[in-house]
Ligand binder design. Structure first.
Ligand SMILES: *Cc1c(COP(=O)(O)O)cnc(C)c1O
Length: 378
């Protein structure tokens, strides 16, 4: 039997509910979605959440709202998905790629400090695998230099920095509900979290084609008109209804993923102790959500051989991001600051193991056994 890399969490039981919600009024539909997020600890008062059709859209809206223009610089890790860079580069920002820390694969705080210039508009950390970047340090750098902190929280549903949910700490943040993430809104979806109220009206206009449609719906204006650049960014009503059902199970899904994460960690630790592989170190401030489990092999060849071996045993294990600063487009829209040796090395040695709600203990132990078998045959 094949062990896939990922299986979206979903339940047939939801279908009737989803149909019902989809046909309810827009207001009722929005209220129940908001409620499931509040139950999960997201405060719609302190950190209003706008539901959009992807995290990529949320990042684009951030770029539009803060008025990114040619000549502006934004600092982000090179070890991220193209979406993080696209959202800002397409409005003319120069992307300043920096290195990551070897323990967490999150943006390196010292590298960020060195990359700041007069033109820096924002620092954009991702929280790799749902493990918080060092937000305390990043916030103080941002505040000191009068720069914005925008969190790419695509991996972070339910994960925290100390007692605060990720995505709610920077000036703005986002979540992704793409089918590859812990909770999906059926295919793709995302949310934009506004943590500084001065951006709220502009963000609402931006996702509604740059019009003041929301002010109109709330009865604040008599007719709505075009106010600013925007786009069709709103989450589809079907996705809202689907996400409402999926979010009810957030705790259950997160606890299961954390259990799977810990079991991989404990069973593979002896290989790390022997210097054969390396595993993540979770900092004290991070409360992760088990989004990704990865191991680092000692060389690129060994990683490829192991992934080929697992494939042969019907187990899907995946590599991850190519360093964005090394790509042709990355060189055109960006520069790198400092030495990105950890990024380059990690990208060649990382292997992500299957982790999803339906993965059984037996399947998981099969994955682990095959990793041990591979190293025995070396
Ligand atoms: C998945 C992902 C995105 C994009 O999310 P979508 O909802 O698919 O647009 C952005 N950044 C990171 C780090 C991601 O992993």
């Amino acid at each position: 039997m094949v062990i896939p890399f990922n299986k979206p969490y979903e339940s047939n039981k939801w279908i009737d509910q989803i149909h019902k919600k989809w046909h309810q009024s827009e207001n009722a539909n929005n209220e129940s979605l908001r409620f499931t997020f509040e139950r999960a600890g997201y405060s719609s008062e302190k950190n209003p959440m706008l539901f959009v059709n992807s995290a990529t859209s949320a990042l684009e809206v951030m770029a539009l709202v803060i008025g990114i223009k040619p000549g502006d610089e934004v600092i982000m890790p090179s070890f991220t998905y193209a979406a993080t860079a696209n959202a800002f580069a397409k409005f003319g920002a120069k992307i300043v790629f920096v290195d990551i820390e070897s323990d967490t694969l999150n943006i390196d705080v010292k590298a960020v400090k060195n990359a700041i210039s007069e033109r820096t508009k924002a620092i954009i950390p991702i929280h790799y695998g749902g493990v918080s970047a060092d937000l305390g340090a990043l916030l103080s750098i941002a505040r000191e230099s009068d720069i914005l902190l925008l969190e790419d929280g695509a991996h972070t549903i339910g994960a925290k920095y100390k007692d605060r949910l990720l995505g709610t700490i920077g000036d703005m943040g986002c979540l992704s509900f793409h089918q590859t993430k812990n909770i999906t809104s059926f295919g793709s979806g995302g949310s934009l979290i506004i943590n500084d109220s001065k951006y709220l009206d502009a963000a609402e206009e931006t996702i509604h084609q740059g019009t003041d449609q929301m002010a109109f719906k709330k009865g604040r204006v008599d007719a709505y008109t075009w106010q600013r650049l925007g786009g069709e960014y709103e989450m589809h009503p079907f996705s809202r209804a689907y996400l409402t059902e999926a979010m009810v199970d957030l705790n259950m899904v997160t606890e299961k993923r954390k259990l799977l994460w810990s079991r991989y960690y404990e069973t593979l630790k002896p290989l790390e102790d022997q210097g054969i592989i390396s595993l993540a170190k979770i900092p004290d401030y991070a409360l992760p959500n088990g989004h990704i489990f990865y191991m680092l092999t000692n060389s690129s060849n060994e990683r490829d051989a192991l992934s080929g071996y697992l494939q042969m045993k019907n187990i899907s294990a995946y590599t991850h991001y190519e360093p964005l600063h090394m790509t042709g487009i990355g060189r055109r829209v960006g520069v790198h600051s400092g030495n990105l040796s950890i990024t380059n090395s990690v990208s060649e040695r990382i292997l992500r193991l299957p982790i999803y709600y339906d993965l059984t203990e037996k399947q998981q132990l099969t994955v682990v056994k095959n990793i041990y078998d591979f190293y025995m045959t070396l």
